[in-house]
Design a protein around this ligand. Sequence first.
Ligand code: DP6
Length: 330
Amino acid sequence: MSIATARVGSNIAFIKYWGVADATLNIPLSNSISMTLADAHTTTTVAWDNTGTLDGDVFVLDGNTQSPARSQRLTRHLDILRGLAGVTWRAWVTSQNNFPTASGIASSASGFAALTVAGSAALGLDLSNSRLSAIARRSSGSASRSLFGGFVEWEQGTSDADSVARPLYGPEHWDLRDVVAIVSGEEKKLSSADGHLLAKSSPLLAGRIDHVAGWLAETRTAIAQREIHRLGPIIELDALAMHSVMMTSNPSLLYWQPGTLEILQAVRAWREDDGLAVYFTIDAGPNVHLICEAERATEVETRLAGLRSVERIISSPPGPGPQLLDEHLI
Ligand code: DP6
């Protein structure tokens, strides 16, 4: 049995990935920039069965054995690794998130990145992080960014080989916090994979894509200079632009709940009335990620806890890239 275990952090995008140029390869319509999270990670053990005992992959997620239907995306991903190694072995895969699924933190980003790192290490494949990023991208675009720690940019690229993430700065560069305000733990009705396909039906998509190159440049500079008041307005603008595309696609995607708007209004009031340096971003769901510097995090958490619609708060600094662990989950 060849076995390996990897721990990989999820990430929050500052400039988002929404819409695909190639849906099979997950080639995006633009670059995106994210921060890898230290305290929201997935640990995955992959054990390849080279004895032929298994007739299908076995996937246990957070202690629950997944049905074949729920294991399909995993099996397709393992097929890529099997193809690279030239084997037909099935695998036992056990995966553990240290954050609740459907919490507004992307479990597929850390999940597919951890599966890629553990699965390829257990096969003895010696692949660079850039290669691993391309492989992770095939099953979850945002997973390509979790192959690196700190602040990361996923280059759009034009092919399977060059649509990969690269590190901008390590986690020590800037002590930011992602304070996630959970307004609903419900699973989303439409997967991001289906959402990406709808982006082209929005009349606003072209407007966002036309502007994104400028927003990426501004974001790189803001991170380089550690300027929260430069980063914040751009991440809010891009999150609102992405949600405008979602809302105006056909069919329309409306991820927000009343609580989402309560938080957006509160953040703006805290900033304008009290000078609190905090900004929001939102992924494909109702929960809101508040981005601030470490010194403001306790104040932000206290204020969030006072809002009616906030069910739960999760907070994380920037974190490292993938780690291989000696202790296995199987
Ligand atoms: C809105 O295709 O990576 O989070 O694999 O379902 O997690 P999943 O989604 P993916 O799309 C992510 C879209 C986003 C923006 C982003 O993370 O860039």
